[in-house]
Design a binder for this molecule. Structure first.
Ligand SMILES: [Zn+2]
Ligand SMILES: [Zn+2]
Length: 257
């Protein structure tokens, strides 16, 4: 271990290096700043990370029916009238303060240790819906080449990698590719978002998709147009089912990313 005399390390109990590492590199909760072993302390997690309940199983928007819903897999009126290309949405939390700040920190401040924590929260949300079939493979929502160079990483891939390991599902990081470098959805008015993203994606290896259940991973689902377009692309290439796996879901009418 760097910084420790060899004589010390030779006498350390087996579990000591981990404890020592915590001592040397004390971590603090990303929400309250208090000391904790992980990314977010247990009290903050219990207080802020409330389970997303009484939602449309397909799009993740709140259901108008009285809670609890008739079934864990109920769909909202919009999805019944205008079915999106995806079949299900799992969100770990609502996109709201203070968790929205963590999403921004990952994306714009490259606070990459947040990604495995997002993945762990998302895994718990998936496992909380036992009737939901697990995808056969996971695919992160791809960034445009320009944005990838500018940012240096794709936050969706950073979440998808530990999520795939946690769920035991194979990850295909480049299965979906951006064939158009569109404007960021956050910079486009809500009614222009579907047009902005139309035709943006292609599937790199169609043989991997035919008849399969694809899981699309992203940090935030806002209008859902990007995921809908990507799901429609996969369905065109023969995917049997598409499930969105997002850390945070923006409730309708909330300020968007
Ligand atoms: Zn805390
Ligand atoms: Zn819906």
């Amino acid at each position: 271990m760097p910084g420790l005399p060899p004589a010390w390390t030779g006498r350390l109990p087996r579990r000591f290096p981990r404890a020592l590492l915590r001592l040397l590199l004390p971590s603090s909760c990303a929400l309250c700043g208090g000391g904790c072993d992980g990314v977010v302390c247990a009290p903050c997690r219990d207080h802020f990370c409330l389970p997303v309940t009484n939602r449309c199983a397909r799009c993740g928007n709140p259901l108008c029916s009285p809670s609890p819903p008739r079934s864990q897999e109920s769909s909202c009126g919009t999805c019944l009238s205008y079915p999106p290309a995806f079949d299900a949405t799992v969100a770990a939390v609502d996109y709201a303060p203070p968790l929205d700040h963590l999403v921004l920190q990952l994306k714009f401040s490259a606070r990459l240790p947040l990604a495995p924590w997002f993945a762990a929260m998302l895994r718990d949300a998936v496992l909380a819906r036992p009737g939901l079939p697990l995808p056969d493979l996971l695919c992160p929502v791809p960034l445009g080449a320009g944005r990838l160079v500018e940012r240096g990483f794709n936050q969706a891939l950073e979440i998808a990698r530990p999520l795939a390991a946690a769920l035991g599902v194979v990850l295909h990081p480049t299965l979906a590719v951006r064939q158009l470098d569109t404007r960021a959805q956050s910079g486009v008015s809500p009614h222009e978002r579907a047009d902005n993203i139309r035709g943006a994606f292609a599937v790199d290896d169609p043989d991997l998709v035919v008849g399969r259940h694809v899981g699309l991973v992203d940090d935030v689902m806002t209008s859902g147009h990007t995921l809908d377009e990507l799901a429609a692309t996969f369905k065109r290439f023969g995917a049997a089912r598409v499930t969105n796996l997002v850390f945070a879901r923006t409730p309708p009418h909330a300020p968007t990313l």
